[in-house]
Design a protein around this ligand. Structure first.
Ligand SMILES: NC(=O)c1ccc[n+]([C@@H]2O[C@H](COP(=O)([O-])OP(=O)(O)OC[C@H]3O[C@@H](n4cnc5c(N)ncnc54)[C@H](OP(=O)(O)O)[C@@H]3O)[C@@H](O)[C@H]2O)c1
Length: 368
């Protein structure tokens, strides 16, 4: 039951950097979504964000009350990964739709629990893969799918940043480290570009001296795909910002950068090399959080299954779990072959101008 003006009403769970710095301002750019509540453990944020956005604030202890209040149709869950399940499950059970930040969970069991709950209750669950509604990304995927670069055979990618040692990402071992946090970007991208699922995983990780993170802070992953195709990506919490991928096909090549980020100045861009010709394509900066939210709200309003559903989130989490086993054992891990999914479609593209982001309250960016 959307608001009187037909908009899907969102409650935000966790008032951290992504909520304050991207999602909450982004909702205001859409025409079909509105913010009505925030769940936070910080009384100062509760007061000030509620005033700023004209919404109601709830404590985590009052979450069930919010779910039953009739004030929201959906929640956006943006807590640390290890707390995703505890907010997703009661929402689905209460008939509230869930837009859940990636990675879906810290383990496959939690993913299956969420998928089962969504199937049983009919509440919609979408994983917040914002690039699945970003026009430039969808254009690259479509061109590769159409065979413009021949058969996609090799994917390489680097995605690095310097995470502050004070952030929770550095305090919960592998499950909060760079592989589950940043790995889903190259991993999800290659799954779309190859239109296939990996069948074997190897990984090498290092612990950079002076960076006390309690897990491998820089990890290189190799993936074997069906038909003798390879992918490799490196993610890091201990290097300056960098993001790119390269896809080499039998008849051409795509080099993309920026390709995973969002916000001010980040318009998805790529160079397409075909025969003798090389052309750079730059897409305008869009509000990716507005885009994914508008798409999810359309799915709710039109009663359609969102594309990046729980199965999609689990397929990345199962590879992340295999990467952890590969790092622990030093041995390649075999994955059960799975049929390809349909993947994101051009109709999911949404284009909104970037929202102005207010100054953050009691929150700092996770990166230096
Ligand atoms: N899609 C993207 O581009 C993107 C980018 C960054 C992060 N993310 C995802 O979004 C989620 C949140 O990341 P973030 O960067 O926003 O993290 P963050 O800045 O640390 O914020 C997380 C918030 O969760 C709440 N929280 C509840 N229990 C907590 C606990 N035990 N420890 C710390 N915080 C707790 C806090 O909000 P209150 O103070 O309000 O209670 C905190 O501010 C993660 O799943 C992450 O992977 C996605």
């Amino acid at each position: 039951m959307p608001s009187e003006d037909g908009k899907i009403r969102y409650g935000v769970v966790g008032g951290g950097s992504i909520s304050q710095g991207a999602f909450m301002p982004g909702v205001g750019q859409t025409r079909n979504s509105t913010l009505t509540a925030l769940v936070t453990g910080d009384p100062d944020k509760a007061d000030r964000l509620a005033t700023l956005y004209g919404i109601k604030a709830y404590r985590y202890e009052d979450y069930d009350r919010l779910l039953k209040s009739g004030e929201i149709d959906a929640v956006y869950v943006a807590t640390p990964n290890f707390r995703h399940l505890e907010f997703v499950l009661p929402a689905l059970e209460a008939g509230i739709h869930v837009l859940l930040e990636k990675p879906m969970a810290t383990n496959e069991t939690d993913c299956h629990t969420m998928i089962e709950a969504a199937n049983r209750t009919g509440s919609k669950l979408m994983i917040a893969y914002r690039l699945h509604s970003e026009p430039g990304t969808l254009e690259i995927i479509e061109r590769v799918r159409a065979g413009e670069f021949g058969e996609p055979r090799l994917f390489t990618s680097t995605f690095t940043q310097t995470v502050k040692l004070s952030n929770h990402r550095t305090q919960h071992g592998f499950s909060a480290g760079p592989v589950p946090d940043m790995g889903p970007y190259p991993l999800n991208m290659v799954r779309q570009l190859f239109a296939a699922e990996p069948i074997e995983v190897s990984a090498v990780g290092v612990k950079t001296p002076g960076r006390d993170i309690g897990t491998w802070d820089t990890v290189t992953v190799s993936l074997r795909f069906p038909d003798e195709r390879l992918a490799q990506f490196t993610v890091s919490y201990s290097l300056p910002d960098s993001e790119r991928f390269q896809l080499i096909g039998s008849e051409g090549e795509v080099e993309a950068s920026p390709c995973f980020g969002y916000g001010e100045g980040v318009g998805i861009a790529y160079r397409a090399h075909l025969q003798e010709e090389s052309r750079r394509v730059t897409h305008p900066v869009v509000d990716q959080f507005a885009g994914e939210t508008a798409y999810f709200s359309d799915c709710i309003l039109n009663n359609e299954v969102p594309e990046a559903d729980g199965q999609e989130g689990w397929r990345d989490v199962r590879v992340v779990a295999a990467i952890e086993r590969a790092l622990q054992t030093g041995h390649p891990q075999v994955l059960e072959p799975l049929p390809a999914r349909r993947g994101p479609q051009p109709g999911q593209a949404r284009q909104f101008p970037l929202a102005k982001v207010p100054e953050m309250i009691d929150t700092e960016m996770p990166t230096e």
